[in-house]
Ligand binder design. Structure first.
Ligand code: A3P
Length: 318
């Protein structure tokens, strides 16, 4: 029996308790197959890997936390549901994007946080899981995956603020987070390995995996809406181009529009029974390059050097 098969026979809870663990972030992280996870998250990842039954038409939105998941959820939901919902009374006006696109769950295991027909056709699902730990059926069935990444310096700054805001009692400093992140020790990290797996897959199977960057959406969101619509099998029609549908999608999903809505300012998102977060915690500045306000130029250069070295030869650059 291979060690992988033996591992898979072990209940996630029991396995997680045996893994290397480290303190540092708001909760200790455990290491599994090279990646660092909060123990509860890893349990769910392993459950999903074992028991989730993918469908060939599933659309998976994959990210590392703080790389723009909320934005991607809003965009993909609006694009794929545009024949069902008009812009005047759109669900995004009254529902948090995190509500509209659920993270992949096992039915019955702490689900129930979505209230708008999440499992319609096709299913739109999100995940932070590294490519190599997704349910294997997703690849063999050719499920479409959209991966969104971001300049690691901005992702780190966003993570630091998120941890301190979302987890009461956490007071992490930039120096501490920087040093952990540079060693690859961050939730769902090493950051670069997570990106690289999806990057390589997007090169090998471009019809199934679309690789996007936060900065690219920021600089030309309308073009990304067109690209996403095409990749997801619902390209904009000439009539939609003429009537400015891409621009409407961009406007509805913009940081300014979403943060002006009450639903994104108050209330909470229930991810599972024990993971509840305030709706506003998913929005901060929504800018490219905010890292300069939180780390020194030298730190920025050091992280760039590390990432460049890790990505060398892959063709992926930040
Ligand atoms: P900042 O902390 O840099 O502002 P995630 O959704 O993966 O948790 O990522 C959160 C980051 O995306 C935060 O970045 C947040 O402000 C930003 N964000 C959320 N919604 C956005 C939107 N509609 N447009 C641009 N950025 C957005």
């Amino acid at each position: 029996k291979s060690s992988t098969t033996q591992e898979e026979d072990v209940l996630p809870k029991n396995l997680v308790a045996t893994l290397p663990a480290r303190e540092g972030w708001s909760e200790p992280l455990v290491q599994y197959h090279n990646y660092w996870f909060r123990p509860g998250h890893l349990e769910r990842i392993l459950l999903v890997k074992q028991a989730f039954v993918p469908r060939a038409d599933d659309i998976i939105l994959a990210t590392q936390p703080k790389c723009g998941t909320t934005w991607l959820k809003a965009l993909a939901f609006t694009i794929t549901n545009r024949s069902r919902y008009g812009f005047i009374d759109h669900p995004l006006l009254t529902h948090h994007p995190q509500h509209l696109v659920p993270f992949i769950q096992i039915p019955g295991a702490g689900t129930g946080h979505t209230d708008i027909d999440p499992f319609g056709f096709p299913r739109l699902l999100a995940t932070h899981t590294p490519m190599s730990l997704l349910p294997p059926g997703m690849r063999s069935l050719g499920c479409r995956v959209v991966y969104l990444c971001r300049d690691p310096k901005d992702a780190l700054v966003s993570r630091l603020h998120f941890e301190n805001k979302a987890f009461p009692g956490t007071d992490l400093s930039m120096d501490r987070c920087f040093s952990m992140f540079c060693k690859g020790f961050s939730p769902y990290g090493p950051f670069w390995d997570h990106c690289l797996e999806y990057w390589r897959e997007s090169m090998a199977r471009p019809d199934s995996v679309l690789f996007l960057k936060y900065e690219e959406i920021k600089s030309d969101p309308t073009q990304v809406v067109r690209k996403l619509a095409k990749f997801l099998g619902v390209p904009l029609t000439e009539e939609e181009e003429r009537s400015g549908v891409a621009q409407e999608v961009v406007r509805l999903c913009s940081f300014e529009a979403l943060t002006s809505l009450q639903v994104n300012q108050v209330g909470r998102v229930h991810f599972s029974d024990n993971i509840v977060m305030s709706n506003s915690v998913f929005y901060r500045k929504g800018e490219v390059g905010d890292w300069v306000n939180h780390m020194s130029q030298e730190m920025g250069e050091e992280l760039d050097r590390i990432v460049q070295h890790k990505l060398e030869g892959s063709g992926l650059v930040f």
